[in-house]
Design a protein. Structure first.
Length: 150
């Protein structure tokens, strides 16, 4: 995992600079400088993209090397902890609007149980309202359909 750790180190500092700039903008939104914002993103984005692509084979290899690690139980425990601690008005719309059911022909669409119609309704008309300006940047609609490319 040495390469993955080195990649983390390479984008950590520029990502912190990006975060610090966003924290400053919370205090003074009128200070937004689009050129600076894009430069900050460009400072970490290529390394982060490479890292995310490289991390998949690393995780798969870890699964092959350590087949007895109870990944499913760890994932379930993590999910319970996360659901108990996150804002429902943020996490539920974030999940729905970044989950494309048609990805790779829909082969992952059965990974989760079907979403109850009431939850779909609440997500679309209640939960997503608080951060509605943010969801325009999501990859999918609130109905979990991939948005067309711009």
């Amino acid at each position: 995992m040495k390469a993955n750790v080195e990649q983390h180190e390479a984008f950590h500092e520029p990502l912190d600079a990006f975060n610090n700039y966003l924290e400053e903008l919370k205090k003074n939104p009128t200070a937004l400088d689009a050129t600076k914002l894009i430069a900050l993103i460009n400072a970490f984005a290529p390394t982060l993209i490479t890292h995310l692509n490289d991390e998949i084979p690393t995780l798969l290899e870890l699964g092959r090397r350590f087949p007895n690690v109870p990944i499913k139980q760890l994932d379930e425990a993590h999910a319970k902890k996360m659901v108990a601690s996150v804002s429902k008005t943020f996490f539920i719309p974030f999940f729905f609007s970044n989950h494309d059911l048609s990805y790779e022909g829909g082969k992952f669409s059965k990974m989760f149980p079907p979403t109850p119609p009431l939850l779909q309704f609440l997500n679309k008309w209640v939960f997503s309202r608080k951060y509605k300006g943010a969801w325009r940047f999501s990859s999918s609609t609130c109905d979990m359909a991939l948005k067309p490319s711009m």
